[in-house]
Design a protein around this ligand. Structure first.
Ligand SMILES: [Zn+2]
Length: 303
């Protein structure tokens, strides 16, 4: 994608486990079939949420958000990554990155596909304090005989799950269009209110979470960007036309940041800090409407 850094948003998030979670890291003991992925810190093993797993959950939910607005048609909402019409498949012979970006579905523009780098970076999520760590507990599982519908004695198995646990990490978006920040607002809203589940055995109630959006930071590096506003990539100007950035005026002209720009002393660009949950909420509400407007404009273009 672009060789320059234009803008960057980072959200500091705490995911709070509401029901036991099993992000499978493989079995460690012979009688346990599955156990949570874990890492070793301060001389003890603890469960954590790998960034790749968290990103997968966010992507699936973003796809649902897109299909809510646009139905099941692959365009203008989200492609099906497992279908022959997926962006990875459609764009594999396209040479230019600008062209790939212009033709990718909204979800692949943000989360990436084989032809496009992801704009969204998700860190691993770890417990901050020992008190935030999950307890590892065993659960017995019973295999069901597919013919009789009864339990199968040969298929008794043990699972290990992470119980409790508060996990902290960050989501960062680099070089975003404003509608992408809007889409992230919807995904974070649902993450916060408990609409996203992590790991395996979701149908058994595992992996339910809520979240706190603790703070956010937005940097605009573009020289000459209007002061006190958050702008998208379209503010780069006409030289970047091949990327076909959204022509919503809020992309180019930006939206007014409702916090003052803080000068970090380096004199390059603006830095907006949203230091508590209420401020983050206000930011998300201000950018959210740009996302449905973008999908509607794509629909209008195709009809
Ligand atoms: Zn796609």
């Amino acid at each position: 994608m672009l060789k320059q850094l234009v803008n960057e948003a980072e959200f500091d998030i705490r995911i709070i486990s509401q029901t036991p979670m099993l992000i499978n890291g493989g079995a460690l003991e012979h009688d346990v079939k599955m156990s949570p992925v874990r890492t070793r810190r301060s001389d003890r093993e603890e469960a954590y949420i790998p960034g790749s797993s968290a990103k997968g959950v966010l992507r699936s939910h973003a796809e649902r958000c897109a299909r809510t607005l646009s139905g099941t048609q692959p365009e203008p909402g989200a492609c099906d990554p497992f279908d022959t019409g997926s962006c990875s498949n459609r764009l594999k012979s396209v040479k230019s990155t600008a062209d790939s970006y212009a033709r990718a579905c909204p979800i692949c523009k943000l989360f990436g596909c084989l032809s496009l780098q992801s704009r969204l970076l998700v860190s691993d999520f770890y417990a901050e304090q020992p008190a935030d760590m999950a307890n590892l507990e065993r659960r017995d599982g019973v295999g069901i005989n597919r013919v009789t519908g009864g339990s199968s004695n040969s298929a008794l198995f043990n699972l290990e799950v992470a119980v409790g646990g508060k996990y902290s990490g960050t989501i960062r978006i680099r070089n975003f269009e404003m509608w992408q920040l809007g889409l992230v607002a919807f995904v974070l809203r649902d993450l916060k209110s408990g609409g996203l589940t992590f790991g395996m055995a979701k149908s058994r109630g595992l992996g339910q979470t809520t979240a706190e959006l603790r703070s956010a930071s937005i940097r605009i590096y573009l020289p000459g960007a209007p002061e006190g506003t958050i702008v998208g990539l379209a503010a780069l100007g006409p030289d970047f036309a091949p990327y076909k950035f959204s022509d919503d005026p809020r992309e180019r002209e930006g939206i007014a940041a409702d916090v003052p720009s803080s000068d970090d002393g380096y004199g390059l660009g603006s830095h907006f800090i949203y230091s508590d949950q209420a401020a983050v909420e206000s930011l998300l509400r201000s950018v959210a409407p740009i996302w449905p407007a973008y999908i509607r404009s794509r629909e209008a273009e195709r009809s």
